[in-house]
Design a protein around this ligand. Structure first.
Ligand code: ADP
Ligand code: MG
Length: 257
C-alpha cells in the first residue's frame, strides 16, 4: 500500500489549519508526524481517513484518487485509530472488534467463522482475550485504546493511520503496541507525541509547524537540537543511544546552574 498526499490544504472557517502539505508513505514504511499542539497533525490524518474534505490537494492510495473511491473500498484499504475513543452506545469488546470486519461484508451479512477467528486473534494480539465479553464503556482509557487497535487490526487493511495511538497507555503497553505495529510490516502513518518513541520506531518523520511541513526525513536528520528548538522552543541534548543505536533525546530545563 502506497500513500501519497499532494498539496493538501484545509481551513476551519477562515482559519488555515494545513497549508500545501506533501506526505508519502511507501509499502511497509512506518512514518511519523510530529509537531506542537495545533500544528495540524490531526487535520492531516482526518483528511486522509475522510473525516473531512480537503479544500485543495490530492490523496492517492496505490495511485488511485481517494476522493473518487467508495467509502467501502477505502475502508478495506485503511484502518484508523483516532484519539476520540468514546462511543455513544455500549457494546462488548468483541462486538467492537468485530466492527473491523464490516467493510468486508455486504450489509446484514452474517459474521463468518473466519471473521470470528480474525476477531479472536486481534484480541489475543493485544492481550484483550479475557475482556472479550466486557462492556466497552466501562474500560479504562488504555484498555479502550487497545480495543480500538484490535478493531483496526481485524480490518486487515494495508495502511494504518494512527493519531497518538498510545497516549493513554503506560510505558509497557506503549512499547508493546509500537513493536506490534512495526512487525505488521504494513504502511503506517502515525502522529506521535513522544519524540523518543518517534526516534525508536519511525523510518521517517514529518515535522509540522503552523500547518506546514517544515522538515522531513529519517529521525537522525530531523531530530536535531536546532529543529526541535525552532519547532517546540525547548532545548535538548541528543545522542545516539549505545544500546538501541537510535537517537535519545533529553529535554533540558530553561535555567541551568
Ligand atoms: P494538532 O493535531 O497538531 O494538535 P489540529 O489538526 O487538531 O492540530 O488543529 C490544527 C488547527 O486547527 C488548530 O489551530 C486548531 O485549533 C484548529 N482546529 C482543529 N479542529 C478544529 C475545528 N473543528 N474547528 C475549528 N478549528 C479547529
Ligand atoms: Mg491532534
Amino acid at each position: 500500500m502506497r500513500l501519497q498526499v499532494e498539496n493538501l490544504s484545509y481551513s476551519y472557517g477562515d482559519k488555515k489549519a494545513i497549508d500545501r502539505i506533501f506526505i508519502h508513505v511507501a509499502p511497509g514504511e512506518f512514518v511519523g508526524i510530529i509537531g506542537p499542539n495545533g500544528s495540524g497533525k490531526s487535520t492531516v490524518l482526518k483528511s486522509i481517513y475522510r473525516g473531512l474534505t480537503p479544500d485543495s490537494g490530492k490523496i492517492m492510495i496505490d495511485g488511485e484518487d481517494l476522493s473518487a473511491m467508495s467509502y467501502r473500498k477505502s475502508a478495506l484499504k485503511m484502518a484508523v485509530v483516532t484519539q476520540e475513543n468514546e462511543l455513544p452506545f455500549d457494546f462488548t469488546v468483541e462486538e467492537i472488534v468485530a466492527m473491523g470486519r464490516f467493510a468486508h461484508h455486504k450489509l446484514l451479512d452474517i459474521e463468518t467463522s473466519e471473521d470470528k477467528l480474525i476477531v479472536n486473534s486481534a484480541l489475543k494480539y493485544l492481550g484483550m482475550e479475557a475482556l472479550a465479553k466486557r462492556s466497552y464503556i466501562h474500560l479504562s482509557g488504555g484498555e479502550k485504546q487497545r480495543v480500538l487497535l484490535a478493531r483496526a487490526l481485524a480490518q486487515q487493511a494495508n495502511l494504518l493511520l494512527l493519531d497518538e495511538p498510545t497516549n493513554h497507555l503506560d510505558i509497557r503497553y506503549q512499547m508493546q503496541i509500537f513493536d506490534l505495529i512495526k512487525h505488521l510490516n504494513i504502511a503506517v502513518l502515525s502522529v506521535i507525541h513522544d519524540l523518543n518513541m518517534a526516534a525508536l520506531y519511525c523510518d521517517r518523520l514529518y515535522v509540522l509547524k503552523e500547518g506546514r511541513v517544515v522538515d522531513e526525513g529519517v529521525p537522525e536528520k530531523v531530530l536535531t537540537p536546532k529543529i526541535i528548538h525552532d519547532v517546540y522552543g525547548v532545548h535538548t541534548f541528543i545522542q545516539k543511544h549505545p544500546i538501541t543505536q537510535k537517537l535519545s533525546i533529553t529535554f533540558l530545563p530553561e535555567k541551568q546552574d
